[in-house]
Unconditional design. Sequence first.
Length: 102
Amino acid sequence: MYVTAGNEEEATALGEAAVAARLAACANVIPGMRSVYWWEGKLERAGEAILILKTRTDLVPALRDEIRSRHSYQVPAFLVVPLDQVEPTYASWMESVLRPSG
């Protein structure tokens, strides 16, 4: 899941909460992104951080709820990127640290 946050600190806090809850196996924080977007009829420019959360499809709804409950944005970006291929040992590690299925 690709998520944007207002800054590196927020992205890190969101990622830590998701990993601690075992909704994401890993959180990557990429600071220093510049965004240009429309908001409330105006063209806006802002500094943001990217948060990439690695999880299973069945955990996406709970992960989205967890992030939404902690996010500072009125409309957080949640972009789910399906994985076509995952290296088998990495996939096994992810399964070992995520919440059990079901």
